[in-house]
Design a binder for this molecule. Structure first.
Ligand code: CUA
Length: 313
């Protein structure tokens, strides 16, 4: 087994060991070549030292085989690091389609978490063991970065964008998460605990206490309260049933996929993309909805299904 260099830093996700193997491979290569170079320096310094005042060393004209060897071998090693690192990067960048989504909003200086069924927490994140989880993250103000060292993953959290970070926790326990991007005075306080629970314990935790509205239910209330229904329920605006995940034709002839980022843009900057067949009449909801409310609305639209219904169009 690999040495536990950081005994306080357990490997608690399916990503942790692969990242550590690559890390220790790189460390091994560096240590080997550093040692080799130092040994050569000492050996040559002694072996080829000047032995008398009038000794003149012979001229050397280089060696082609030697040049080839010390070009090809390092290139091969660096290529291994590149391919290995890229494979891990791609794996890390692609959440599995069946991942459970949990929503993370960063702000100076706290982490606000929403679970789809409505449970909310601050500076704490409960997840089930062995289930792929995708964190859909955004920021209310500046750039933050969500980092879980025990899982060996981190990702920037940006205002006006959704970024996603996924993992499968594979060890029960309690682990630290941090903000990893300097974001002002309270940056060092922007951290919390991640609890990996058995799926049963997680379900019990999720449904313990006062039953909150699900995100979709909260979104449905907003849909009525903010007046969305006035247009989107009457045909003046595009209908939402079956919209999620669909490819939408836009007035300028291009198309867009109705994913989280698209829906968020349409709610906050409706003039930027006009759906073909509709007029540019929607007011912006920028400043009127919090990031969490935008997520609730998206959850509501999602809950209306991802296939066109017969009342849809
Ligand atoms: Cu948020 Cu540092």
């Amino acid at each position: 087994m690999l040495p536990h260099f950081f005994p306080h830093l357990p490997e608690a996700s399916t990503m942790a060991r692969p990242v550590d193997y690559l890390f220790w491979f790189c460390v091994a290569v560096l240590v080997f070549f550093t040692a080799l170079i130092f040994l050569c320096i000492f050996y040559f310094a002694i072996r080829y030292r000047r032995r008398s005042e009038d000794e003149v060393p012979p001229q050397i004209h280089g060696s082609l085989p030697l040049e080839i060897i010390w070009t090809v071998i390092p290139m091969g090693i660096v290529a291994v690091m590149f391919v290995w690192g890229t494979a891990l990067f791609i794996r890390n960048a692609r959440p599995p389609a069946d991942a459970t989504q949990i929503y993370v909003t960063g702000k100076q200086w706290m982490w606000k978490i929403q679970h789809a069924d409505g449970k909310r927490e601050i500076n704490a994140l409960h997840v089930p063991e062995g289930v792929p989880i995708e964190l859909v993250m955004t920021s209310e103000d500046v750039i933050h970065d969500f980092s879980i060292p025990a899982f060996r993953i981190k990702k920037d959290v940006l205002p006006d964008h959704y970024t996603s970070l996924w993992f499968t926790a594979d060890r029960l326990g309690k682990y630290r998460f941090y903000c990893d991007q300097y974001c002002g005075m309270g940056h060092s306080l922007m951290r919390g605990w991640l609890y990996v629970m058995t799926p049963d314990a997680y379900e019990a935790w999720l449904h313990h206490g006062v039953q909150a509205q699900t995100m979709a239910q909260a979104g449905a209330l907003l849909y009525n309260r903010m007046g969305c229904v006035t247009c989107h329920g009457t045909g003046k605006g595009p209908p939402f049933a079956g919209l999620y995940g669909k490819t939408v034709k836009l007035a300028d002839g291009t198309t867009a996929v109705a994913n989280d980022a698209y829906l968020r843009q349409m709610i906050l900057y409706p003039g930027q993309k006009i759906v073909a067949g509709y007029r540019d009449i929607m007011p912006t909801f920028k400043g009127q909805l919090s990031e969490e409310e935008v997520l609730d609305l998206i959850a509501y639209i999602k809950s209306l299904g991802s296939k066109p219904s017969n009342t849809g169009e």
